[in-house]
Design a protein around this ligand. Sequence first.
Ligand SMILES: [Zn+2]
Length: 415
Amino acid sequence: MTRSFSINNRDYLRKFNNTCVVICLDGSQKEYLDETSKANLTPNLDKIIKKGEYLMAHSAIPSFTNPNNISIVTGQPSSVHGICGNFFYTPLTGEEVMMNDPQYLRAPTIFEKYYEIGAKIALVTAKDKLRTLLGNGLKYNDNRALCFSAEKSDQATMELNGIDNINEWLGMPVPEVYSVELSEFVMAAGVKLMKEYNPDIMYLSTTDYIQHKYEPGHEVANKFYSMFDGYIGQLDSMGAMLVITADHGMKPKSKEDGSPNAIFLQDHLDLAFSKGKTKVILPITDPYVVHHGALGSFATIYLEDKNDLDAVINEIKKIKEIEVVLNKEEACVTYNLPEDRTGDIICMSSEFMTIGSSRDKHDLSGLNEPLRSHGGLHERQVPFIINKKMNKIDPNKQLYNYDAFYYAIMGAGVN
Ligand SMILES: [Zn+2]
């Protein structure tokens, strides 16, 4: 038998010695870690960085949660796995289809392929929206896989999750969906699973509720990363091979008066062309919009008449705070997007600006703090921390957050 096998066109080691743990710390702009470290609140992370690596990687574009979580767990961008947002638009029917169903996933996950060759897998996510995608292809009848969310931890069954009575087992009640506890639950479960379940591969994915509300260095943010540091220290001391990365960064996107900084692109295009000529789609939109009001820095536009392409591109280019405007073909090549789930045009806004559709379509009533969001190029730079020196990483090659399992497994395979 060969030592390695292929998953989505990359070679991974079949066997390795330590438990591989990849943690996706949702929305962790580098400055969050740096500020907490400066305040001496992350002694374990400091130690890990000292003995290992603190690199920067790019996320997949758009720099949203689902596309990046799925990139991390397949080792490839969305041109390969197909999940390029929370939903996609079907121009023929006018339907907007949520992409949290595994039928839209076009590549196997790394977990599914390792499960097939006998590995033991543990997956914990904060929000339930990711769970079915992460657990796709796993079977829960032989005590070799479990996959659950903190959000619906009370509803887990042996049949669907490989574990039940989670709240009793962990000694933690079901957390509120908008809370620090939702992410803490994931970390606490990860530590307990490492002790009691001893998986070969574990993936822990938190939520960015805190990062949407508080800037780096804020007392609440510092407390969050300090909490995280405690669990990281435990995983490290138990011998896990760790890679800590993020799905995307996070930037302030509000005006001085605290109101959101947004270009309502649908309104703009309806004025410039007539209504119905263009359809602005914001793939950040999902049922959990309280903390960002569906305002991010990426939009894709569908045209009723393809002959309008150049005119619409030129019109969007006139908008000062939109930095990138590309037609579909250029966009898909440049940012590895799936052509059939991308509009005729994509655009991304500048560092402190977001793109909305029509003003009246955004419910901003839940935004109690100045808007912080992501989605574009300014939030694609993310930390990539490894608790071991890795001289195999070529500094001249672009590193991606979706290289996390590749290097975690490589690191676990050598003593
Ligand atoms: Zn996220």
